[in-house]
Design a protein around this ligand. Structure first.
Ligand code: SF4
Length: 395
């Protein structure tokens, strides 16, 4: 059954709060299914089963095993998924055990925040209530972007929905918002008071109404990265070129012949951040248009490079053996990648079995924005690393 989504979804809230007009623009784009989404859905189902078995009645060992056996038939299943969903389960269990008595816990609970955003609803992975405390716990199975709990509008909308549902029974005063991103080892909780939560709701109410009523107000920002219209949005395209006009051209036209200073390079990079990625996406969009039979001015479709391939491997091997080549020489023996080995063996066994034979060398110095949370590289280390890299190249 296709999943039901609210027009003002909690998961898309950071986008529509910052750019109410994106609701209209996204409408022209189809929902694209990806392997990652399928994998995430399976992980959520496994996690739901584990929490339901522990916190709710009705799932005995037999039922649990048969449900797990079904999940294991999926092409997206692997042993690591079992371990990572265990990490999520342990996080929730530990939180529950931190209370002197059993809290109320529900999983995959639909909550309604339509008093804030018209027709708004969403599904909470896990909610927990005890005394004056409400916890919203969200499992993120992806690894692409590390998600923080602080200022997380998705979690706050869920919390507002849960508040609507339970505030009659529980005198909720404190809200713990948690993101569990087990594959990144990221377990993040941010706590707010009820006044802050309700004030957030009041603040976004008019924006939600605007977005719901098909606003044409567009605003570019980091939230564009999660917008379906990001490659074709005119406002974003214009925003991409504005810094070039405002900052790059004046610098280029300023003192011809001079080299850019490191200050200017830093300034330029900050201003044109995202342009390279945007061009890549634009390229993909143009290809999709051309493949759909539309003319992309100045471009045409051609046949790309292709590589030779063996059409019948068994026959090829038999021919080579008949020609006198020993069969073992025809195959390459290669260990699976770390990721695939971990999927095969599972996260816990992977660490214990391969203890002592895995090392994580220091990463190459990488330039990131000054606001990045990672510790700054010590310059001497960076210099010696570059020297080592140069030596490696020479050898
Ligand atoms: S790309 Fe950015 S500016 Fe354009 S609609 Fe999407 S969120 Fe709004």
């Amino acid at each position: 059954m296709p999943e039901e989504h609210a027009k003002l979804s909690a998961s898309g809230s950071n986008r529509w709060i910052n750019c109410p007009g994106s609701i209209v623009l996204e409408r022209s784009f189809e929902e694209k299914e990806s392997e990652y989404a399928e994998e995430g859905r399976l992980a959520h189902s496994v996690a739901e089963l584990k929490l339901t078995k522990y916190f709710k009645k009705g799932i005995g060992p037999k039922k649990f095993k048969s449900a797990m056996d079904e999940f294991k038939k999926s092409p997206y299943w692997n042993k690591s998924m079992d371990d990572y969903t265990d990490d999520y389960f342990e996080f929730v269990k530990e939180k529950a055990l931190s209370y002197p008595d059993r809290p109320f816990v529900d999983v995959e609970l639909r909550v309604d925040y339509s008093n804030i955003a018209p027709e708004g609803f969403g599904t909470c992975d896990c909610i927990m209530l005890h005394g004056e405390e409400l916890s919203i716990i969200d499992l993120k199975y992806g690894t692409g972007v590390k998600v923080d709990a602080k200022d997380n509008s998705q979690l706050m909308l869920y919390a507002l929905g849960a508040y609507n549902m339970f505030s009659i029974i529980y005198g909720i005063k404190t809200i713990h918002l948690s993101i569990v991103q087990p594959r990144l080892g990221h377990f993040d909780t941010h706590t707010i008071g009820i006044d802050e939560l309700l004030a957030f709701g009041e603040r976004i109410k008019p924006i939600a109404l605007e977005a719901f009523n098909d606003s044409d107000k567009l605003a570019v920002g980091d939230h564009c990265g999660f917008c379906k219209a990001k490659s074709k949005c005119r406002t974003r395209a214009e925003a991409m070129f504005k810094p070039i006009e405002d900052h790059i051209l004046p610098i280029m036209n300023g003192e011809p012949g001079n080299l850019l200073t490191s200050e200017e390079i830093g300034e330029l990079l900050t201003k044109i951040e995202g342009v390279a990625d945007w061009i890549k996406k634009l390229d993909a969009e143009a290809l999709a248009e051309a493949l759909a039979g539309n003319t992309v001015t100045g471009y045409k479709l051609v046949e790309g490079r292709s590589n030779r391939k063996i059409t019948d491997e068994a026959l090829a091997v038999s021919k080579l053996v008949s020609a006198g080549y020993e069969e073992p020489l025809l195959y390459e023996r290669k260990l699976l990648s770390m990721t695939n080995l971990e999927k095969l063996v599972g996260k816990k066994d992977f660490a214990s079995i391969l203890d002592g034979v895995i090392e994580k060398p220091p990463g190459k110095p990488t330039l990131v924005k000054a606001s990045d949370k990672r510790k700054e590289y010590v310059l001497n280390d960076a210099k010696s690393m570059f020297n080592n890299l140069d030596k490696e190249k020479e050898n």
